[in-house]
Ligand binder design. Structure first.
Ligand code: PGA
Length: 250
């Protein structure tokens, strides 16, 4: 049996200021203790240079919340993977539902972003998940197939050797409504089996995180599920104490 290392990632979204960002990162580092799980924070682009300095030499890894779908050129407002790698970003979230629904990121552009990150040695955290309406219409697995296929078709299944998947049911993000342990496990198992049908080794190895109103009081149950390898944490990652509680409940 393959032992997957657990991973907890904070997604700060568009919150805080430079001073609070530095304080938060320092607070997290101070409470890391001895925990074999990996931990990272995905911070607003403009704070990447400064947080990159703060995390240097610590066990806290750094990531971005998105990355451009192109390598360089006339793409006003975009940030390339090469730029992110200059500041030691280990991870880049791609395909977050807020990007998909508010800013028009499509399955195709998400796949291109995924590839751009990997070209620079950055590990993409690919977010997938259904809306409430899609769940109620029994389309959860179809939606996830389509979201995964876009990336598999462009990057190939072996690209998932250096990637993380985050299952984030859209109806659970920022709503306080978490998927139950069993609901989340059902989809996580489905995702792993979907990948296993193409490559068993890749499926055994890939970390699949749960995201959507994960909090200190529900993290333990979620993380105990066999196919849940950690979490992508929004709201609860903005406070060092609650983020660390989640991390230490692995
Ligand atoms: P939430 O966000 O924990 O605030 O629900 C999760 C996410 O969007 O990654």
């Amino acid at each position: 049996m393959i032992m997957r290392r657990s991973l907890v990632v904070g997604n700060w979204k568009m919150n805080g200021n430079l001073a609070s960002a530095e304080l938060l990162a320092k607070g997290i580092i101070a409470g890391l203790g001895s925990n074999n799980a990996e931990i990272a924070v995905c911070v607003p682009y403009v704070y990447i240079p400064s947080i990159s300095e703060v995390v240097k030499g610590s066990g806290l890894a750094l990531g971005s919340q998105n990355v451009a779908d192109k390598a360089s050129g006339a793409f006003t407002g975009e940030i390339s993977a090469a730029m992110l790698s200059e500041f030691n970003c280990k991870y880049a979230i791609v395909g977050h539902s807020e990007r998909r629904s508010y800013y028009g990121d499509t399955n195709e552009s998400v796949a291109a972003r995924f590839c751009q990150a990997q070209e620079q040695g950055i590990i993409p955290i690919l977010c997938v998940g259904e809306t409430l309406e899609q769940r109620e219409q029994d389309q959860t697995f179809d939606v996830i197939n389509t979201q995964l296929d876009a990336v598999i078709n462009l990057a190939g299944i072996n690209a998932f050797n250096n990637a993380v998947i985050a299952y984030e049911p859209v109806w659970a993000i920022g709503t306080g409504k978490t998927a139950s342990d069993e609901q989340a496990q059902e989809v996580h198992r489905y995702i792993r089996q979907y990948i296993a049908a193409k490559d068993q080794t890749v499926a055994d190895k890939i970390q699949i995180l749960y995201g959507g109103s994960a909090k200190p009081d529900n993290a333990k149950g979620l993380f105990a599920m066999p196919d849940i390898d950690g979490g992508l944490i929004g709201g609860a990652s903005l406070d060092a104490e609650s983020f660390l509680k989640i991390y230490h409940s692995i």
